[in-house]
Structures are given as structure tokens and as C-alpha cells.
Design a protein around this ligand. Structure first.
Ligand code: PLP
Length: 501
């Protein structure tokens, strides 16, 4: 294979190789299942160091475009588009209503109900925000090795910002995602929930205005309520937060902070474009507002996504947070934040006051996963399995849901978002579904106020469970749809969408 390289370009050689191969794969010139040249062959033919090729292949793997097979080399992943025979029908176009409130209410109830449900047998749990529990079989081996290597350090207390090795490994991973950071700018936290809490406490005082996307992660709404912040919910369009409305409220209310989930948004699954990210940070700068960027789901992307908003930040406006809960194990409680400039030290101090530091046992286990390459391989397996599950769910929605229901088509993550006609009795449908052993949570928890009837559906289940569960929900919904009812529900939809496909 001949890859044209510009050895005088400011773009490093490994990135040029990655970009070239990425284009070949995405344009279909390299086919799903096709073998890539071996590291030795490619490095000889284009006259670069083997490490350069390894670096490029690692990036393509992280992008979800290729995977390694032990002893056989690298292969192109199955196509990320939905398989032929399945019509894509994303018509997500919610009403554009701004909601102002003092935080959301039901995070505690939602969370505990979900934990209880996961302990029950024979229930199909579509409401979960976490991957299925069939986690890496290597866990015990990796954990054992990590603990043996750590030795005495496990018996000592640690720095509040977390272990240097873990911060260095996270920094390397973030550089591959397009975010150039140093280990000195990273703080390890007890899950990203703690990172959210620390950052919101740092940036906000009682009665300060804060902007969130609506719908949004209910755990963030819970923290804002606790802080007694005044919350403005700007609606999501299919492209991300409505930027026109955002500017209007930045101008009129002068909020201190914007909370955004730019990639694989919770709960809608939407990923914003680079242009949207640039527009958002330009507005934040213009109206002197900080951004809290929550990137909990990027590890689960099926295809490349733009660099985080933090990568565009020249003025220390953005605090970036993420977690290993969605990709590895929520129980490890390892999250992290990237905080630059004058904000870094106060947040390290705040972390110390909160819980001294994160469990050293969890930190060494995650470090071992990252350093050994197990994490990357595990992500690749997860992505392939989640993509297949997403496609099965899309197929089931096409088959069993009535036309009046809209849904998003996420490019990764764990769930998609369905938008139901207004006035549909969503709580009743949830209760009825539970009597059939199907757990769905009303989307109401993700709204500041009333919102619209919706469901977030986790697609990480077996094809049989997805088919069975979606069929039941579809039947229940149809019981409540009459022609007159549908016309009332659809009249409030204003934004037309085509780019979700
Ligand atoms: C968007 C988002 N941020 C943060 C969290 C918190 O996760 P954890 O504290 O387990 O890292 C979640 C969990 O569901 C989430 O969905």
C-alpha cells in the first residue's frame, strides 16, 4: 500500500496515515472485514518507524474503524451504517420550548429504582444508563496483576488529584481523542458524578443562572437543585442545543455556566458537529460564561466524532469531565476532570475536602487496563456488540412502533431516545410494561419541568429481549393512539430534521 505522506507538514506522520486510512474506510474503498497491511509491511513500504504505524492503527482502533485479531493482524470493522433492508427513519423534531426552574426532582427515585430492577431476574431493563454486565473476562487477571504490581503503595494515602501513572495514561488517551492535555491538568474523581458536583460547586453560587440542555442528564439536575441554582433549560434540536435560543438567554440572563454533553448526549444520543462546538464556545466567550463539558459516552462511539469543545478552548473557559463507568465498570468509581489555568488548584483543594482521594485499588486497576491495551480491545468488542444491538433495536422500532413515534439514531453509546405524541399517558404505559417484565423509565426525569412524553431505551440487550420488549411497548402505545389524539400530539413539532440519518 502506498500512502502519500508530506514529511514537511505540521500534521504528524502517524496522523497523516490515520487520516488517509480513515478516508479509505469511510468512503467504502476498504471493505468491512478487509485485512490491513501488517505493521512491518506498511512501515517498510512507506519508510516510517514501526511505532508510527502502531500509533496510527491504535487511533483507527480508538475511532472504531478497525480491530486487532490476536496473531492475525488488523481488520476493518463491520460497516457502521445500519444494515441493508432496514430503512432509517429518524424524525426527531421536538417542540422548542425553554424551561426555567430550580433544578430537577426525581434523580434519587430513578437511580434507586434502576438499581433494584437490575437485581431482579427475568426483567428486560430498557431504562438503564449503563452497559450490560457481561464485562471483560480478563478483569480478574488484570486486577490481580495490577494489585501485585502496586504492592505497598496500596497501603498508603495518595494525592487528591490522583495517581500520576493513571493521569499520564488518561492524558495519552485524550490526545488520541484530539484533546492535548498534560497529566498535570487532570484530576481523578470518584466517578464523573463527583466531578460534576465539584465543578458545579466551584462555578456556581445560590441563585446564579445556569444553562442546561433539555432534556439532560438527571444526575446533573439533581446537583443543581441542591445548589439552589436557577436553571434555564434550552431545548435540544437534532443538531444539539438550540444555539439561537442559547444566545438569547445568554444575553438576557447572563448565566455563569453552560452544562453540555456534546458527544452521545444523555438522554438523546445526539453528537454535535465541529461547527456547532465552535459556535458554542464563541458564544460562551462573547457572554463570559464557563462551559462544563460532560463526555461520559465518547468511548462507546461507533464512528469518529469531532474533538471535544475543550480542544477549542484558548481561554480556560471549559472544564471537561469523563468516566470509565460507561466503558469499564461503574463500581470502580473512576472519573476524571480536565481543568486548566487558574481553576485547577482550587478544584484540587475542593477534591481534598470532599474525600481526600479516589480509591487507590480502583486507580491501579484502571491504569493496568489502559497500559496493557486491554481497555482498547475491550472497547472494540463493546462497540461491535453495541452497534449490532442498536441496529436490532432500530429494526424492532420500525416493525412494532406506530408512525407517530419519533426516535434518534445515535452514533454510539448505550441508548436512543423516543419522542411520543403529546398527552400520551407515559406513566401508565411504564406501569403496564412493568407488569410484562419490561422496565422503561419515563423520559420525564430528564426534563426540568413538564417536557414531552418520551422514553430513553437502552439497546444493550440480546436480540431476543429487544424484539420481545419493543413488541410489548409498541402494543401498549398503540392502545392509546387514536387519530384525533395523534393530530394534537404532532401539531407542536416544529423543527425539521434530516441530518440524523
Ligand atoms: C452524562 C453523565 N454524566 C455523568 C454520569 C455519572 O457517572 P459516573 O459517576 O458513574 O461516572 C452519568 C451516569 O449516568 C451520565 O450519564
Amino acid at each position: 500500500m502506498n500512502i502519500p505522506l508530506n514529511r514537511h507538514s505540521p500534521t504528524p506522520i502517524y496522523l497523516q496515515i490515520r487520516n488517509y486510512l480513515s478516508r479509505l474506510i469511510q468512503s467504502g474503498k476498504m471493505l468491512s472485514g478487509q485485512k490491513l497491511p501488517s505493521i512491518r509491511v506498511l512501515s517498510t513500504s512507506i519508510q516510517v518507524n514501526k511505532l508510527t504505524v502502531i500509533e496510527a492503527y491504535s487511533l483507527l482502533e480508538a475511532d472504531g474503524l478497525i480491530h486487532a485479531r490476536q496473531g492475525s493482524g488488523y481488520f476493518v470493522n463491520p460497516k457502521t451504517t445500519v444494515t441493508s433492508g432496514l430503512t432509517l427513519r429518524s424524525n426527531f423534531s421536538p417542540s422548542q420550548e425553554v424551561i426555567i426552574s430550580q433544578g430537577g426532582g426525581s434523580f434519587f427515585e430513578q437511580y434507586t429504582t434502576s438499581i433494584q430492577a437490575r437485581r431482579q431476574q427475568n426483567i428486560i431493563e430498557f431504562s438503564s444508563g449503563f452497559p450490560s454486565t457481561s464485562i471483560s473476562d480478563n478483569l480478574q487477571r488484570v486486577a490481580k496483576r495490577a494489585l501485585a504490581k502496586a504492592g505497598d503503595t496500596l497501603f498508603r494515602e495518595d494525592f487528591p488529584q490522583g495517581q500520576l501513572l493513571l493521569r499520564q495514561l488518561i492524558a495519552q488517551m485524550l490526545i488520541q481523542q484530539g484533546l492535548e492535555v498534560s497529566s498535570e491538568e487532570i484530576i481523578i474523581t470518584s466517578g464523573s458524578q463527583q466531578a460534576l458536583s465539584l465543578a458545579m460547586q466551584y462555578y456556581l453560587r445560590k441563585d446564579d443562572w445556569v444553562i442546561v440542555e433539555t432534556p439532560t442528564y438527571h444526575g446533573a439536575l439533581g446537583i443543581l437543585k441542591n445548589l439552589q441554582a436557577k436553571v434555564i433549560g434550552i431545548p435540544m434540536t437534532a443538531e444539539g442545543i438550540n444555539l439561537e435560543l442559547l444566545e438569547q438567554y445568554l444575553k438576557s440572563h447572563r448565566p455563569k455556566l453552560i452544562y453540555t454533553i456534546s458527544t452521545l448526549h444523555n438522554p438523546t444520543g445526539i453528537t454535535t458537529s465541529l461547527a456547532h462546538r465552535q459556535a458554542l464556545i464563541t458564544l460562551a466567550r462573547q457572554y463570559e460564561c464557563f462551559i462544563l463539558e460532560d463526555n461520559a459516552y465518547e468511548g462507546l462511539k461507533f464512528q469518529p466524532v469531532p474533538p471535544p469543545i475543550k480542544a477549542l478552548d484558548r481561554y480556560d473557559l471549559v472544564t471537561y469531565i469523563s468516566t470509565f463507568s460507561k466503558t469499564l465498570m461503574p463500581g470502580l468509581r473512576i472519573g476524571y476532570m480536565v481543568v486548566t489555568g487558574e481553576h485547577h488548584q482550587p478544584l484540587v483543594k475542593q477534591k481534598l475536602l470532599n474525600d481526600l482521594h479516589v480509591s487507590t485499588v480502583s486507580q491501579v486497576i484502571v491504569s493496568e487496563f489502559l497500559a496493557s491495551g486491554h481497555y482498547r480491545r475491550h472497547l472494540n468488542r463493546l462497540r461491535i456488540s453495541n452497534l449490532q444491538s442498536r441496529n436490532v433495536m432500530l429494526q424492532a422500532l420500525e416493525s412494532y412502533f406506530p408512525d407517530a413515534i419519533a426516535w434518534t439514531i445515535p452514533k454510539g453509546g448505550l441508548f436512543l431516545w423516543t419522542h411520543l405524541p403529546n398527552h400520551l399517558p407515559i406513566q401508565t404505559i411504564c406501569s403496564e410494561a412493568l407488569s410484562h417484565n419490561v422496565l422503561i423509565a419515563s423520559g420525564a426525569a430528564f426534563f426540568l419541568g413538564q417536557g414531552y412524553p418520551a422514553m430513553r431505551l437502552n439497546f444493550c440487550h440480546t436480540p431476543e429481549d429487544i424484539e420481545h420488549g419493543i413488541k410489548i411497548i409498541g402494543r401498549l402505545i398503540k392502545n392509546y393512539l387514536t387519530p384525533s389524539f395523534i393530530s394534537v400530539g404532532l401539531s407542536s413539532q416544529e423543527v425539521s430534521v434530516s441530518s440524523m440519518r
